[in-house]
Design a protein around this ligand. Structure first.
Ligand SMILES: [Zn+2]
Length: 192
């Protein structure tokens, strides 16, 4: 028996990326997430954070957070570079985002969002919203890969500040509130 070696021209990274994404979406569907927003309207963008449409259409303000996930994955994988071959980096980042989506839409985290953060009526993402979240993370990863690190840090900070200004929430606050809910911060976030 011969084991197939990992050839440079192989399509394994692409298949891993596509297969991992499709498997993740299937699992999300099996976990009870709807394909699309219950409102039934086919608008790609949802601009109202505190509404039933948030995280149900293709894009909303939180799409920006998922772009930033891609930045974090790129920075993180820099350290893992030696063992991880160049062409596996993007598929690996995509799999990380798929894992994030599965965690974010698990009953425990959904309940946590509802109780600890200002996402009071959060019931998880729609499957197509999760797909676009994964696409956003991949785009963020590719952007961060192209930018010099100082510029990528600057872009990250600007996006975080922009989100606080727009919706009083961002990736850092989101993670902070999930881990260490601060009542005063929640009141400020709801008060928008
Ligand atoms: Zn809707």
């Amino acid at each position: 028996m011969t084991l197939r070696t990992d050839s440079e021209s192989g399509r394994e990274p692409l298949w891993t990326l596509v297969g991992g994404t499709l498997l993740g979406l299937l699992l999300l569907r099996l976990m009870g997430r709807p394909w699309w927003c219950a409102c039934g309207e086919w608008s790609a963008w949802s601009g109202e954070v505190k509404s039933q449409h948030n995280s149900q259409h293709l894009f909303d303000f939180y799409s920006l957070s998922h772009v930033l996930h891609g930045f974090l994955f790129w920075w993180g994988l820099q350290w893992l570079m030696p063992p991880l071959r160049e062409r596996w980096l993007l598929p690996f980042a995509v799999l990380l985002e798929v894992a994030w989506e599965l965690a974010e839409n698990s009953p425990i985290i959904i309940q946590r969002y509802r109780s600890a953060t200002f996402a009071l009526g959060y019931e998880g993402d729609s499957v197509l919203n999760s797909l676009m979240d994964i696409v956003c993370a991949a785009v963020g990863f590719l952007i961060a890969r192209r930018l010099p690190w100082k510029q990528s840090v600057a872009v990250f900070v600007v996006v975080e500040l922009l989100m606080v200004w727009l919706i009083r929430d961002n990736l850092s606050l989101n993670i902070l509130m999930l881990l260490f809910p601060l009542p005063a911060l929640k009141v400020w976030q709801i008060g928008r």
